[in-house]
Design a protein around this ligand. Structure first.
Ligand SMILES: Cc1cc2nc3c(=O)[nH]c(=O)nc-3n(C[C@H](O)[C@H](O)[C@H](O)COP(=O)(O)OP(=O)(O)OC[C@H]3O[C@@H](n4cnc5c(N)ncnc54)[C@H](O)[C@@H]3O)c2cc1C
Length: 331
C-alpha cells in the first residue's frame, strides 16, 4: 500500500507455526520483500504483528454512557477506515452532548447517536471484511481468479474509480436519526452530509472550505433566497438561542443578492455544490454538516418550527409546546 512521504506499507498473513518475534526481525522482513524490492532500497521504519477483529457493540450508548471509536467497533484494517469511523463517531456525538449540557438541546437528541452511527460502522466493517477476502486469498487458484477479475474491472474507468478512489465505500447516509426526509432522490438528501466546496465569506479574507465557512453552528441556508425573509422575529430568536445562523447561498456570485454581506456564502467555482438544489430551496444543516431537513422556501417556517420542536429542551413545567414533535424520525 502506497503511503505518504514515499513510504510503503506491506502486509503478510502469518501461517500456522510462524512466530511474531521471528517475523518482526529485519532480516526476515527483507527476505519477505525480496521479490519486489532491492534490499538496499529498504529502510524499515516499523514492524508489527497484529490480529484483527470485526466487532461492534450491541449499542453505542446507554443512559449517560457513550462508546466511540474502537471501544464501539473494531474493523479489519483493509478499508483504512478504523480511525476514520471513530472520528465520525465523535463528530456526530460531541456537539449533541455539548448542546444538552448547555441546556440548548433536549436529552432525546442523544438517542440519535446510536441510530445514526451504528448502521454505518457496521457497513464499513462489512466492506473491510469483503476487501480482506480480496487481498488474502488462501491459495494460488483463488488468488489468480480474484486478482485477474480485479485487473479486468480496473481496465474500465468506472471500475478503476471503484477500487482506486474507494468508491465502493458506503456513504454516510442515515436512515434513522435526528432529521426527516419527506421524499427521496432529492439533490440535497436529508440525513446525508452537505458536500464541501470552496466558499467566499465576509468573515474570511481568503476562500475557505464549507466546513470552515459554516463553523460548528446550526445553519439555515437559502439557495438564492434569504431564509430569514420568510421567518418572523420570534422564530428567528429561538433559532439564535440554539446558536443557529441564517445564510444565503449565492451561486454565480453575490452581485444580485440583497442579503447582508456577512450572511452570504459565495461558492468559488462554477459548480459549487455537486448536487445543487434549485433556487428558492432551503436546508437546515446541523453542526456536523448533516442535512436535517430541506424544502422550498415557502415552507421554511413550518420546517424550522418542526426542527426546533425536536431540538429544544422541554419547558420546565413539563408541558409540551403546541405542535411539537419529539420522536426521532426516519425516511
Ligand atoms: C495495522 C493497523 C492499521 C490501521 N490502519 C488504519 C488506517 O489506515 N486508517 C484508519 O482510519 N484506521 C486504521 N487503523 C485503525 C486505527 O488505528 C484505530 O481505529 C484507532 O487507533 C482507534 O482509536 P481509538 O482512539 O478509538 O482507540 P485507541 O487508539 O485504542 O485508543 C484508546 C486509548 O485508551 C487507552 N486506554 C485503554 N484503557 C484505558 C483505561 N482504563 N484508562 C485510561 N486509558 C485507557 C489506551 O491505552 C489507548 O491509548 C489501523 C489499525 C491497525 C491495527
Amino acid at each position: 500500500m502506497v503511503a505518504p512521504g514515499g513510504r510503503q506499507r506491506w502486509e503478510f498473513m502469518l501461517h500456522a507455526g510462524e512466530q511474531a518475534s521471528e517475523m518482526e526481525k529485519p532480516e526476515r522482513v527483507r527476505a519477505l520483500l525480496a521479490p519486489w524490492c532491492k534490499p538496499e532500497d529498504i529502510r524499515i521504519e516499523r514492524t508489527a504483528v497484529y490480529r484483527f477483529h470485526a466487532r461492534e457493540a450491541r449499542r453505542f450508548s446507554k443512559g449517560r454512557c457513550f462508546l466511540v471509536g474502537d471501544a464501539a467497533h473494531v474493523t479489519p484494517p483493509f478499508a483504512g477506515q478504523g480511525l476514520v469511523a471513530g472520528l465520525r463517531d465523535t463528530a456526530n456525538l460531541a456537539w449533541k452532548i455539548a448542546g444538552v449540557v448547555r441546556g440548548q438541546l433536549n436529552e432525546q437528541v442523544l438517542a440519535s447517536y446510536d441510530q445514526e452511527r451504528r448502521p454505518h460502522a457496521r457497513k464499513i466493517i462489512s466492506l473491510a471484511r469483503f476487501l480482506g477476502k480480496l487481498v488474502m486469498p488462501r491459495n494460488r487458484l483463488v488468488a489468480f481468479a480474484i486478482h485477474g477479475t480485479i485487473r479486468a474491472v480496473r481496465m474500465l474507468p468506472a471500475g478503476r474509480s471503484v477500487f482506486d478512489d474507494l468508491k465502493i465505500k458506503p456513504p454516510q447516509v442515515f436512515h434513522r436519526g435526528l432529521f426527516w426526509r419527506d421524499r427521496t432522490a432529492r439533490k440535497l438528501l436529508a440525513g446525508s452530509m452537505l458536500p464541501q466546496c470552496w466558499i467566499r465569506t465576509y468573515e474570511h479574507s481568503e476562500p475557505v472550505l464549507g466546513d470552515n465557512a459554516l463553523g460548528l453552528q446550526w445553519s439555515l441556508i437559502g439557495f438564492g433566497v434569504d431564509p430569514a425573509a420568510h421567518l418572523d422575529g420570534k422564530l428567528l430568536a429561538r433559532w439564535s438561542c440554539l446558536g443557529g445562523m441564517t445564510w444565503q447561498w449565492c451561486q454565480g456570485g453575490d452581485a444580485r443578492h440583497l442579503t447582508p454581506k456577512e450572511r452570504r456564502l459565495v461558492p468559488m467555482d462554477e459548480i459549487g455544490l455537486p448536487r445543487l438544489p434549485p433556487e428558492g430551496w432551503v436546508a437546515i444543516v446541523r453542526p456536523d454538516r448533516c442535512v436535517m431537513a430541506e424544502g422550498p422556501s415557502a415552507k421554511v417556517d413550518p420546517m424550522l418550527q418542526r426542527a426546533l420542536s425536536m431540538l429544544e429542551p422541554m419547558p420546565s413545567s413539563g408541558a409540551q409546546p403546541e405542535g411539537s414533535h419529539r420522536a426521532m424520525t426516519s425516511s
